[in-house]
Write a protein that binds this ligand. Sequence first.
Ligand SMILES: [Ca+2]
Ligand SMILES: [Ca+2]
Length: 597
Amino acid sequence: MRRGRNRFASKRILWILSIAFFILILIFLLIWQTELVRKSPTTNPRTEDAISPQDENYLFNAKVSVFTKSDGKETFTVDYQGKRLRSNYSDEKFFDDKSNGNVVVDYTIVKQKGGVDVVYRISNPTQSPQRVPDLKIDGILNTNKQIENPEYYQAKNSAGFQSMELTSGRINFIDSYYPSNYYSPVVVMRDKSFTAGSALQYPYLDYKQNVRTTISMNNNTNSPRYKTWSHRYRDFNDASSFQDGANAMIQPGQQLRYVITLRFSEPKNWIFTLYPYKKYFDNLYGKDSGNVKNRNLIPIRGMQIGDGFLVNENNPRGYRGIHGSDGRIDLKGWGPLTDWFIQDTKDLGYKRVLIWLPSGAYDNESNNFPPQFMSNWLPNVINTEGNLTKYIENEIELGFWWGNSNKIPVPNIWEPDTLVKSDYENQDHKRFLATELVLARKRNAKFIGLDKFTQMPVYQRILWLEDMKRIIPGAEFGHESPGPDSIHRKMPNIGAPSAFGNVPGVDLLTWYLNPSATIYILGDGEYGNVDFLKNMSKWGYTPIPKDTRLSVNDFTMSLIECNDGIDQRGDGRVDYYDCGCLAGSEVETGDARCLNN
Ligand SMILES: [Ca+2]
Ligand SMILES: [Ca+2]
């Protein structure tokens, strides 16, 4: 009996001891796991904590000296491995006043890894509005010799490096307005030995200012800065009037803050000179947590069914004779064209289509394409619109191209006298645009290509896009020509190489700022060939072959290793953080030699 009780007690002690041991092991595992995660080299470099040291490590570990000159003004020099990258000069300036000295410009230079920040505080102590000064950094010592391959980065349409033809005597490059007509307010120049990359930080949606982004070579033979480079952010203007608007003004008592960030790196590491801008951009507009795989990479088949030059009294809307005369929907209605197009599209391997000029073209060529893409359909066309439900029945996504999508016909009739730029504040304009969208929703449109969407100020485009998403929920929109970084965070861009120039490779700036944002590429004219479209696919663009019968049955849509959001070698460096990619390879190599720490 006693022995039995003892046995029972020792059994209980054993049981308690095992539980305690088990809990101890759990605690140990938990601590060990946490330590492991903290030290793990495979931590995603895109997480907030990991990004700053990682991105900065791609910059030169340069000697940056900030000092005060005898006139009391701050300046700086940058040297790397015995080479001077930025020098101070007696005639250098960090701004150009445009107010006859009425505004007060205060700037400080803050030393950073691989360069500096120039922080401006601009105030207006007078009783009247004054012009905003130009901001700039002079004395950057990229090459002035053609033989050393000077290049600047073009952040619009044909994104990529452009050779600078210095022998032609040209001294200003880029010279484009952000955000009305340029992707980001950045200047990147590189040569055989280094990259100098700068960016302007300012809260566009608060200031509502456009800024002209320029890189210039000093061509004054009497200047000590002769043949050195300046990164300039200038001619600030009022963003309400597109890019040729009135001068931007600073109001009495107002204070404006701008920062130019300048960083230096090896030529191939150029994207990371824009690291401070990325950080600022993410703070301003929200962080993109996705990657290139989140883009809509499924190709679209484009078909234009009308043409202005075909308009005559027998063909008042200029419909094309596609598939025999099935394209004449004014005569035959949507039925025959739709049946043929759906079958042909399926045979060629597409799941998405995009139709240009559903309502036909104007006789007045200068007003084409008509903004009335959904309204003003001819009787045979409107009476047979029921055929459009066949797309959804065949699991094909239907899209329409909205011609002159930021313009309003005046008067509001077919064949108007003129088209005017739409204004988000104008209720009549909004009513016209919304009416078109409601019709598109009724016809099950899932994609709308916004032709010439650039005719509205960027801050209005952002508001109008939110309205459009409410009017036609679930539909996708595309911005043509490509919109700026801030809009691209919210909607896809559409590039047209045949109109704006070739696309030579991955759009690295987009990959860096907006990795999950889709970029459509129109493949028409000389770009309507399989090799081009396959390249587009593997570089993370979504092809829209237009007016061709190209099959996409053998498109794998697999991305190059350097652009797929996957860390192939598990070394903690994803895609262009993996150094072989920066050097021009399409596969991750894990080679750490691009780091300068
Ligand atoms: Ca890797
Ligand atoms: Ca990869």
